[in-house]
Design a protein around this ligand. Structure first.
Ligand SMILES: NC(=O)c1ccc[n+]([C@@H]2O[C@H](COP(=O)([O-])OP(=O)(O)OC[C@H]3O[C@@H](n4cnc5c(N)ncnc54)[C@H](O)[C@@H]3O)[C@@H](O)[C@H]2O)c1
Length: 399
């Protein structure tokens, strides 16, 4: 069958297996190329490379990049968990399902332990299965990466399904939306969330589930001494705060950041520690749906590419491992104890230039002033389309 992209607004509803596979292999190639520098950083700091990494949300975006760095740059055994749609009669799977398959194949070929589970990470069954497999295969995780992004979470204790909202709090938000296919700009208004919606969002994207995971793993004795757990967050520039940082999702991220203290207490006896890492804005399936983000990210990419400091998920994951986890002394953090990988994005010159580009793009040449083409390509590639070297006219026999 020939697979063409099916894009509806900011969502692509299908995926290309070959494109996903080629892209995963490209990410792996970049991780392999960083292997020597990772070993050097480990030698210089005296910190060991990770031996066993659990990645929750392993199939796409930051989770996949982290798993790739752990396995192919550091040689770690990896267990990955994600919730992806399998292929069904004539219908391709979701991109993460193909990414996982490609990852497992490559890991196997490289002689690396890799176990991928397609389960609801919020369920107690998923925790029990990871623990069962870890015991069976003699794994003790020295790293747990928490990279879930989801609109819903079913509470395992109550059975209640919570839904997250992406809304401002207190007052309506009005911002510029960018149609990534046509380049058209429009004004979007989002009504503020009520108290209940804010609480629901915290239940989905806050730290409750992260804590359940770490407590379960510690109780089951499948964490290594000195283990490190990290969850990903985003801050962004001030003009996005009304919809992001000061909105419902920001409340959830604040909760995630507070959970670090709880986890540090829970991991104390093991000599373990928890961190939130504030990452850079990139194009993933999750980020494309946030109002104002496509215009901001397109302008940001143009600025950072011009300055030669643009990074994608893999660059960020490699920097996290090499220059944060394996840094000499402690892991470098900001005043609030957070790892910062958004340091280049939030540089004064980067933000000044990005804001200028956004302002000018409102009245003129959006394709020239921003990297809309790059945004669009990253979005398509996140679904296996637009990947160089793939023959999209060829028949795909294995779905
Ligand atoms: N995209 C960005 O620009 C950006 C920037 C900074 C921080 N972050 C953060 O990074 C984290 C990951 O985001 P992303 O953009 O890489 O998202 P993504 O959509 O690419 O990945 C989300 C992952 O979560 C998994 N998942 C979702 N629901 C699940 C469930 N019920 N059970 C198991 N797995 C499930 C998906 O399968 C996928 O592997 C989020 O916390 C996000 O806030 C993202």
């Amino acid at each position: 069958m020939i697979i063409k992209p099916m894009v509806r607004g900011s969502i692509c509803v299908n995926a290309h297996p070959t494109g996903c596979e080629v892209l995963v292999r490209d990410w792996i190639g970049r991780a392999v190329a960083a292997k020597a520098s990772m070993a050097e950083a480990s030698k210089a700091s005296g910190k060991p490379l990770p031996k066993a990494t659990l990645v929750l949300g392993c199939s796409t975006g930051y989770g996949l990049a982290s798993r790739t760095a752990a396995a192919f740059s550091c040689g770690a055994a990896t267990v990955g968990l994600s919730f992806e749609r399998e292929p069904s009669a004539g219908k391709p799977a979701s991109p993460g399902w193909y990414n996982n398959r490609a990852f497992d194949r490559a890991a196997q070929a490289a002689g690396l332990y890799s176990l991928t589970l397609n389960m609801d990470a919020y369920s107690d069954e998923a925790r029990a299965e990871v623990i069962r497999r870890a015991r069976l295969d003699g794994l003790r995780f020295d790293q747990v990466i928490y990279s879930l992004a989801s609109p819903v979470r079913r509470d395992p204790k109550t059975g209640v399904t919570h839904r997250s909202a992406l809304k401002p709090l207190g007052q309506p938000f009005s911002g510029t939306a960018l149609n990534m296919q046509t380049g058209e700009l429009s004004t979007v208004s989002v009504e503020p969330a009520g108290q209940e919606e804010a609480e629901e969002t915290v239940r989905v994207m806050g730290g409750e589930d992260w804590e359940l995971w770490l407590r379960a793993l510690a109780d089951a004795d499948v964490l290594a001494r000195g283990c490190v757990t990290v969850a990903y967050s985003y801050l962004g520039p001030e003009h996005t705060w009304p919809i992001y940082r000061h909105g419902t999702i920001g409340k959830a991220k604040e909760h995630l950041e507070r959970t670090v203290h709880t986890l540090n207490g829970a991991l104390k006896d093991l000599g373990g520690s928890a961190y939130v890492s504030i990452n850079k804005a990139v194009v993933t399936r999750a980020s494309a749906v946030i109002p104002v983000i496509p215009l901001y990210v397109s302008a940001l990419f143009k600025t950072m590419k011009n300055l030669g400091i643009h990074e994608d998920c893999v660059d960020q994951a490699l920097r996290l491992y090499r220059e944060r986890f394996l840094a000499q002394g402690g892991i470098p953090v900001d005043d609030e104890g957070r790892i910062r990988l958004d340091d280049w994005e939030l540089r004064y010159d980067v933000q000044e230039e990005t804001t200028r580009r956004m302002r000018e793009a409102m009245t003129g040449d959006i394709e020239g002033l921003t990297d809309l083409a790059g945004f669009r390509r990253d979005f398509m590639q996140a679904h296996g389309f637009d990947v160089p070297g793939v023959d999209y006219g060829a028949d795909v026999s294995e779905l």
